[in-house]
Design a binder for this molecule. Structure first.
Ligand SMILES: C[S@@+](CC[C@H](N)C(=O)[O-])C[C@H]1O[C@@H](n2cnc3c(N)ncnc32)[C@H](O)[C@@H]1O
Length: 247
């Protein structure tokens, strides 16, 4: 079973696929100045929950891209059900390959999917091409809570950085951090436990599935890592990035 198939199972009842909340997604949209008529491109949009929240509350129009067929189907069904199909569109494919008109969006978002381009720094360069010169970017990113991390954990999560590193990378890419909304322990617990709940229910419902053991192993490995290290070492923030105007 591929990793993204495991995500389909784990996220069966999850709409927001990150350690955050609807309130925090809305807060960053408000701080970004979202308003009717503004446009946004969301890379790795998942079930389009951030897009839906911003469209319903602030009236933006948007385009979401996700590589996972099932996520795209769920996102499209939700958008239709909520009557947002005239303003929100979901494209199936890789965010790295999607070709957009450069400089055509007011906002570019990537909430928990910078791995699309191999990490935070390259994500900023790719996303930057989508926005107007005065456009803003919203990036949800994991970071180390501590400067020193156990060797085996640093190896397992080699794409993580400290928050000071994220700040430097944002400035290097030509952005000031305008705002940050961080994950609380409760946000992390809700997200991680939501995944375990989805996995456990699938395991119960599929006693004879040939790949059941892989799903059980995935559940246990994810719990081992979170209970051993999560609370002490994992941070997550939603960063609002503004093109640098002051030096
Ligand atoms: C952690 S989830 C975040 C989903 C959404 N942004 C949210 O906050 O609810 C990451 C998403 O990136 C998608 N993804 C993975 N690789 C991708 C790629 N190359 N292009 C586009 N989406 C991708 C996954 O299918 C998944 O839905």
């Amino acid at each position: 079973m591929k990793f993204l198939d495991l995500k389909d199972i784990a996220e069966r009842d999850i709409e927001l696929v990150n350690p955050t909340s609807a309130e925090k997604i809305l807060a960053i949209g408000r701080l970004a100045g979202m308003a009717p008529g503004k446009t946004l491109i969301d890379f790795g949009c998942g079930y389009a929950e951030p897009l839906v929240l911003w469209a319903e509350s602030y009236g933006i129009s948007g385009l979401g891209i996700d590589i996972r067929e099932k996520a795209v189907q769920r996102a499209r069904a939700k958008i239709t059900r909520l009557g947002l199909a005239e303003r929100l569109e979901i494209v199936h494919g890789s965010g790295a390959d999607y070709s957009f008109e450069p400089g055509s969006f007011d906002y570019a978002a990537c909430v928990g999917a910078s791995f699309i381009w191999g990490g935070f720094r390259s994500a900023l360069d790719a996303m930057q091409r989508a926005i107007r010169p005065d456009g803003k970017m919203i990036v949800g990113e994991v970071y180390w809570l501590k400067e020193t991390v156990p060797h085996e954990l640093a190896q397992a999560q080699s794409e993580f950085h400290s928050e000071a590193w994220l700040l430097r990378a944002a400035r290097e890419a030509g952005f000031d951090v305008q705002y940050v909304v961080r994950a609380s322990h409760d946000d992390w617990d809700r997200y991680e436990a939501g995944n375990w709940d989805g996995l456990l229910r699938w395991i119960e419902e599929n006693p004879a599935h040939p790949e059941r053991q892989q799903v059980i192993d995935h559940l246990h490995e994810s719990q081992d890592e979170y209970f051993t290290y999560g609370r002490e070492y994992f941070g997550w923030g939603l960063y609002l990035l503004n093109p640098v105007r002051y030096r």
